[in-house]
Design a binder for this molecule. Sequence first.
Ligand code: ADP
Length: 217
Amino acid sequence: MAHSKAQRRGLLIILSSPSGAGKSTLAKRLRAWDNDISFSVSATTRKPRPGEVDGQDYHFVTVESFKQDVANGDMLEHAHVFGNFYGSPKGPVQTAINEGRDVLFDIDWQGAQQITNSDLGKHTLSIFLLPPSITELRRRLESRGQDDAETISRRMQKSWDEISHWGSYDHVLINEDLDETEEALKTIITATRLRRIQQPSLIEHARTLQQEFEDLS
Ligand code: ADP
């Protein structure tokens, strides 16, 4: 039975991997597949870079307001990186999942752990992407053409720190063939949307069935 959007609760879909394994590419494909999947827009205290749009790339906020949000429990997860704060605001996520829409998080293992341990943790689906090999990971970072040699070396050095946490995710995919990984992701999401906890309207449906059953006898 197909459930309408309002009848299911949305998922917090967490996608983690070392840089270059394919997160952004797959996240874009998932959005193209179902535009009810939105990206979580992070809040940050760093200054906008040229071309970055407030509310779209990031929510650019002051240190004071960031700290206040953390103190109020309004951040699902947060981190301090190179002197700046980054975090995922809880409000928009809560609204989306109440309305039956999924939210995708492209975050590292530490953020994933904080979200999984938050009060929305029971609605998370965490997926880790592994590269087929470290050589291929480097090849992808180089072929992406986004980073200089020094940045690529830094990303490669950090990659094991991220990969070593693959064991704490619900699902782990080796992103060898992009199309196959995309299909696997869609299958996982489709199945997880049907978890009992994602379908609060089942209680009402079961009551209706019970009533109908009793009326028959
Ligand atoms: P991340 O967001 O995890 O840093 P990207 O999505 O930017 O990684 O992918 C890094 C590069 O690898 C991109 O150039 C992308 O097109 C390429 N790529 C991603 N997945 C695959 C795959 N399965 N096979 C080959 N190339 C891939």
